[in-house]
Design a protein. Structure first.
Length: 309
């Protein structure tokens, strides 16, 4: 199974268009230790020819252009794409806006939780993806389903499961508990290769590594995990936004409740942070925080990084 990180940044990317934080300034200036990152997405293939995207970011056009595997192949019809399906972990702008880049009457399938499909259905701009070409399939919870799209069996199954999180920002109900979040608003995905049974997890948004999630991930071969923030308060401390990580539905890397501590005893063979916010000090490869994460056994995801499992 082949996996390519199309985008390793969080919403806004790195640098973010309107951000003048130290990291964004450094990456714009081309300082050593900093690399630009597009917004959160992976591409996965069992056969190298047919691909599923996990999330569709607003940067998808440039991500496809940078990925030779995602171009039409020589000998394909005049309109063709190796992208046969897209699976969504939530309804956030950084994970769904790229669907609009996939217009142009090309067949593929969209897989998402029922509540995310409702959010798409409520927004007529997505009808540009004609339903007869782009079927929308509801992901059942905790059940492996084979991925199909454009008449192709991708040779992969997907098992979606709810993780602690938050409803998409634009759907928040400020008067409701946890802003109106319910189970299924934030999913983890396990992708399983049919031929070998090999599997990995993709969890770009997660508010807490609870016991159920820890049990599920124990001993996994590979996990791509929410690397939004290093410190719970880093956006407040940098004067960027008055929100903690918890308020945004993202567990931080550091501290007793952080992801580094939570994964320390899980025996996950390969751990890669993705969805890294531009405020996160790990984005500076020469920072102490970067060294701490590496010493804890984590890789810092980067755009274009490829993993074969
Ligand atoms: C998030 O990951 O918290 C969201 O992408 C925030 C947003 O939609 O801006
Ligand atoms: Mn996001
Ligand atoms: Zn910034």
């Amino acid at each position: 199974m082949r996996i390519r990180i199309l985008g390793s940044g969080a919403g806004g990317g790195f640098p973010q268009w309107n951000c003048n934080c130290a990291n964004c300034r450094a990456v714009r200036a081309g300082e050593a230790g900093f690399s630009a990152r597009t917004q959160s997405s992976l591409a996965v293939s069992a056969d190298g020819a047919n691909w599923v995207l996990l999330n569709a970011s607003p940067d998808l056009r440039e991500q496809i252009a940078a990925a030779p595997q995602l171009a039409p192949a020589e000998g394909d019809p005049v309109r063709a794409s190796p992208i046969k399906a897209v699976a969504l972990t939530n309804g956030d702008v950084d994970h769904v806006a790229g669907l609009l880049n996939l217009r142009e009457a090309q067949p593929f399938s969209v897989y998402a939780a029922g509540r995310v499909l409702s959010a798409l259905a409520a927004n007529p701009i997505f009808t540009i993806l004609q339903p007869q070409l782009v079927p929308r399939m509801e992901l059942p919870m905790d059940e492996a389903v084979p991925l199909h799209g454009a008449g192709v069996d991708l040779g992969l199954s997907i098992r979606a499961f709810p993780v602690p999180g938050k409803i998409a920002l634009y759907l928040e109900d400020k008067s409701a508990p946890n802003f109106g979040t319910s189970a299924g608003d934030t999913l983890g995905l396990q992708i399983i290769e049919a031929k070998t049974g090999a599997s990995f997890f993709y969890i770009p948004g997660c508010a807490k590594v609870d016991d159920a999630l820890a049990a599920r991930l124990r001993g996994a071969a590979l996990v791509f995990f929410d690397g939004t923030l290093f410190h719970e308060n880093e956006m407040i401390e940098q004067g960027l936004m008055g929100k903690t990580g918890s308020r945004m539905g993202h567990v931080n890397m550091s501290g007793a409740d952080g992801s580094m501590a939570a994964f320390a005893s899980l025996g996950v063979a390969r751990k890669i942070y993705v969805h890294i916010n531009n405020s996160n000090p790990v984005l500076n490869a020469n920072s102490p925080e970067h060294a701490i994460a590496r010493d804890a056994g984590w890789e810092i995801g980067a755009d274009g990084m490829e993993v074969t499992l």
